[in-house]
Design a protein around this ligand. Structure first.
Ligand code: SF4
Length: 351
């Protein structure tokens, strides 16, 4: 359990992200934590660079709608301070907290409060002299296993493990190599994965391959960009693999010379509007009648560009047409009606 969220076993795969604010700035960090939670993030991790940040975690944890994990590097005393602030989990990096007595102190405090520890191995911070002759994925696994055994020897088993590299195939190899060797949940991710498009692709491949192999319990998509995009990407990976039914799925065509509708801007606006919707809803936004009606017939709400009008679909059936200037309003109206009907507040068919 990370707070009230189950990770591992038969529990649903959870999506995590990390704040990008200065943790010492409590109000800015709280705004981001809340936005992440509203976007569907189950667990939020925060950097703890110093004691002031560790102390700030107390107010943040108190006000957070989701469990908070403290990300600790170098100084084990920050882990102890974060535990004192009431965090729900710790991430430590065995590459930079390696002294056994320091680890023992952290484990003792975590054990007293039942706080899980993620052993977060990162290819970028492996000790240089650690098994230098072995392939990178094997070095990462060996380091994680060393740390797991150390925690087990201290009679601590609230363990999660991650083995992240910026290279997709190294990441996949590392998780594959460790999956059958430990009984603990695995936190998946490709790290330092780049700006949003590149990073989303690398993470989709790495995380997607592993989840499809049955490996992994919780995921974080690392992007150089807005953390809300990390949550969007994580949830979309799960939806694409049939591991999540909640939330909006927007289908839109790539557009071409036949397009009679500004699909790109409509799809972006509708996706943003639906970001916090938890209901499963499929929305199709299509540029013309070549593939438009077919996709709209498989969607809860759809629009397709017509000759001089936009065709609006509800539950797969054409209902009426509007001018392209009114396309956004028409689709949002249908979505709102659908969501109201599902919540029992309106009859969707009684327009
Ligand atoms: S649906 Fe129409 S506009 Fe969109 S890509 Fe296909 S042919 Fe082009």
């Amino acid at each position: 359990m990370i707070g009230n969220v189950t990770v591992g076993g038969d529990a649903p795969i959870t999506v995590q992200s990390m704040t990008k604010t200065d943790t010492r700035d409590i109000s800015a960090t709280m705004r981001q934590v809340r936005a992440l939670a509203e976007a569907g993030c189950h667990i939020v991790r925060l950097a703890v660079p110093d004691l002031e940040a560790a102390t700030a975690l107390k107010a943040i944890r108190h006000n957070s709608p989701v469990p908070i994990v403290a990300d600790i590097h170098f100084d084990h005393r920050l882990a102890i301070a974060a535990i004192g602030s009431g965090v729900d989990g710790l991430r430590i990096n065995p590459g930079n907290i390696s002294r056994a007595e320091h680890l023992r102190t952290v484990v003792s405090h975590a054990g007293q409060r039942n706080i899980p520890i993620r052993i977060g191995v990162n290819a970028g911070s492996l000790p240089r002299d650690y098994r230098p002759d072995q392939p990178l994925a094997e070095r990462m696994v060996a380091l994680a296993l060393d740390q797991v055994r150390m925690l087990e020897a201290m009679d601590f088993r609230l363990i999660k493990v991650s083995l992240k590299a910026s290279d997709v195939l190294t990441t996949v190899d590392a998780y594959r190599l460790i999956a059958d060797r430990i009984p603990y949940p695995l936190h998946l991710g490709v790290t330092e994965a780049g700006p949003p498009i590149c990073g989303a692709i690398r993470n989709s491949l790495g995380i997607g391959i592993l989840l499809q192999m049955g490996i992994g319990d919780t995921i974080r998509v690392s992007l150089s960009g807005d953390p809300l995009l990390e949550v969007d990407a994580g949830n979309e990976i799960l939806r694409s693999l049939g591991l999540l039914s909640q939330g909006a799925s927007v289908i839109s065509c790539p557009t071409c010379g036949r397009t009679t509708l500004d699909v790109s801007s409509l799809a972006t606006r509708v996706s943003e509007r639906l970001r916090t919707v938890k209901e499963p809803i499929r929305v199709a936004i299509m540029g013309c009648v070549v593939n438009g009606p077919g996709e709209c017939e498989h969607a809860d709400v759809g629009i397709a560009g017509g000759e001089d009008k936009v065709l609006v679909y509800r539950s797969g059936a054409f209902i009426h047409s509007v001018s392209s200037d009114n396309a956004y309003d028409a689709i949002i109206r249908e979505i709102d009606l659908l969501l109201s009907a599902r919540s029992g507040a309106a009859d969707w068919n009684a327009r």
